[in-house]
Design a protein. Structure first.
Length: 113
């Protein structure tokens, strides 16, 4: 099994870019989510070009500062958790991973000790 094979059909959207914002990888869900923008054809393109202002400036800042960005959105009656985080290769900053996961509007929250 290819080391990344499991992620191809993972039910959440996964997009990976390099430190300059160039898209390196996407799974099927991400390609479907960004179908109007080109889907898998976005690989090799800069993700900054897909973001209108003010999102573009925010994305540029995240790439520069290497900070996580975590939030929820609602679009077309679907609530999603967006988790954008830097990734590292051999301990050096390599870019960002974006996970977009559909979540229920009401969900349990547990506090564990």
């Amino acid at each position: 099994m290819n080391e990344h094979e499991w992620i191809k059909e993972f039910p959440g959207s996964v997009t990976v870019c390099d430190a300059k914002g160039v898209i390196l990888e996407m799974n099927d869900k991400a390609a479907k989510s960004f179908e109007k923008d080109g889907g898998y054809a976005l690989i090799g393109k800069n993700m900054l070009d897909c973001h209108p202002e003010p999102a573009r400036t925010k994305a540029e800042r995240l790439l520069a500062t290497k900070e996580k960005n975590i939030y929820t959105i609602e679009k077309n009656g679907i609530k999603k958790l967006i988790f954008q985080s830097p990734w590292f290769k051999d301990g050096k900053y390599a870019g960002f991973v974006e996970l977009s996961l559909e979540i229920p509007f009401e969900m349990p929250h547990f506090i564990r000790s």
